[in-house]
Design a protein around this ligand. Structure first.
Ligand code: MG
Length: 452
């Protein structure tokens, strides 16, 4: 069992992810990355400076060469791995969490985020950290151009390095996060007219909470309407997740952002698999199927998505085609030819390009509507296992179509249900989705009864 690593790095409040622990973990990570060249980045949180200083001290003390790119979005830092040919990257950022949290997100030289399982290997190194000799310690180099490099690469990827978009007007909400360092630059270069909200970085997130839920981006919804904009865009604190607002001022939830991205990708590239987590809306599978693409499901968490996307051979040895796109329900989309990061800026740039063809609401007509119900059930460690087992037995006994890589997801003609135990807290989540609100409620009630 890992002591510190969760599904995507090490996360905690300042008294949990302390400077001392950060330094120790970074030494172990440096050794795990063969004392090579490592990028260090941070978001704009108040504890970011002290923690990233500890990360750098830890890395150089075991002989790593550090490239400090300073405050940057997570997709920017991850994009730089390939560009600067490094052995990995440590990002000091707690993503969408409240400001008192921080985290270390670790990505390897291939661009794959470090999972809990690989985190356990790193933790094993904690007891046998060998410092470099005094004359062999690493150096810290500063690199101040990462956001510019990232913007340029996005423009190149979407074929807009030299052209500008048609007259498009958007509203962006950077949520005082690292999106503020890159989104305004990107859209200025694209020739887009934009209004912005919360576009100065501030680690206290004074404008809105950093998770771009519908409630949290109310101001954006209103502004898209009042300014007659073609779309709205909001990111989470570190810029990997993105949500949209259509020209009618309607919120476009994360898995619909992903479904749209699949449509845009499959319009251009016909062959390849689509990868997503077991918690994603059926809308994703529906649009993929329409284009004849196969959907591969993974456990929840960015590391599992990345790992699956680059997996060419499956466990039984049969060949798997490379995935052409990956994504999760909260609005993180991976465009693998660009990088294996969820890139909220590339996703947004593609959207802005596509709404020059037709309005976002018309694109959304191609994504089937679903309704869902979420239930949280209290359960201690023992009961958590029991509940999930009950659902698995039910699925097996009734010969239902199920996936049990992370909790149990059951696909039914009328919709689907997932029952999944929380990894850190004492509850089990039940999530049901169906074509109608009544259908979703019925399904949720039925499975609530099964587990009781
Ligand atoms: Mg994030």
């Amino acid at each position: 069992m890992s002591k510190y690593f969760g599904t995507n790095g090490v996360r905690g409040r300042f008294n949990e992810l302390t400077p001392e622990l950060t330094l120790k973990l970074s030494q172990a990570i440096g050794i795990y990355f063969k004392r090579g060249k490592i990028i260090v980045a941070r978001d704009c949180r108040i504890t970011g400076e002290v923690l990233s200083s500890c990360v750098m001290a830890g890395l150089v003390s075991v002989g790593c060469e550090v490239i400090d790119i300073g405050i940057a979005s997570s997709p920017t830092a991850e994009f730089m791995i390939k560009k600067l040919k490094t052995n990995g990257c440590i990002i000091v950022s707690a993503s969408h969490n409240p400001p008192e949290w921080n985290a270390l997100k670790i990505v390897d030289g291939k661009g794959i985020a470090i999972s809990k399982e690989r985190g356990e290997e790193i933790e094993k190194l904690l007891d046998r950290i060998e410092l470099s000799s005094w004359d062999r310690i690493g150096k810290v180099k500063r690199y101040g151009n990462a956001s510019e490099d990232h913007v340029k690469a996005i423009l190149e990827a979407i074929g807009m390095l030299k052209t500008k978009t048609k007259k498009t007007k958007i509203v962006i909400d950077c949520g005082n996060g690292t999106a503020a360092l890159i989104a305004p630059k990107l859209f200025r270069e694209m020739g887009v007219e934009f209004l912005s909200l919360n576009s100065h970085p501030d680690g206290r997130f004074p404008g809105r909470p950093s998770e771009p839920t519908e409630v949290n981006v109310k101001e954006l919804l209103a502004m898209v309407k009042s300014s007659n904009a073609d779309a709205g865009i909001a990111w989470d604190g570190d810029g990997d997740r993105v949500i949209f607002v259509d020209e009618k001022g309607r919120y476009v939830i994360g898995d619909r952002v992903y479904a749209l991205s699949i449509i845009w990708k499959l319009n251009e590239q016909k062959n390849g698999d689509v990868v997503t987590t077991v918690a994603t809306s059926k809308a994703v599978e529906d649009v993929a199927r329409k284009y004849g693409a196969k959907v591969r499901y993974t456990a929840i968490g960015a590391p599992y998505l990345c790992e699956e996307m680059v997996k060419v051979k499956s466990v039984d040895g049969t060949a798997k085609p490379n995935a052409i796109i990956g994504g999760e329900e909260v609005g993180g989309v991976i465009w693998p030819e660009f990088s294996l990061a969820k890139d909220g800026f590339l996703t947004a740039a593609v959207m802005v390009q596509k709404i020059c063809e037709k309005p976002l609401s018309e694109w959304l007509e191609q994504v089937p509507d679903y309704f869902n119900v979420k239930i949280k059930m209290d359960a201690d460690a023992e009961r958590k296992i029991k509940i999930v087992e009950k659902v698995l037995t039910h699925a097996k006994n009734n010969k239902l179509d199920f996936i049990d890589i992370d909790g149990v997801r059951i696909n039914l003609p009328e919709g689907w249900v997932i029952v999944r135990a929380s990894g850190t807290e004492n509850y089990v989540r039940l999530f049901a989705e169906a074509k109608t609100k009544e259908g979703a409620e019925k399904l949720a009630a039925e499975y609530e009864k099964i587990v009781k």
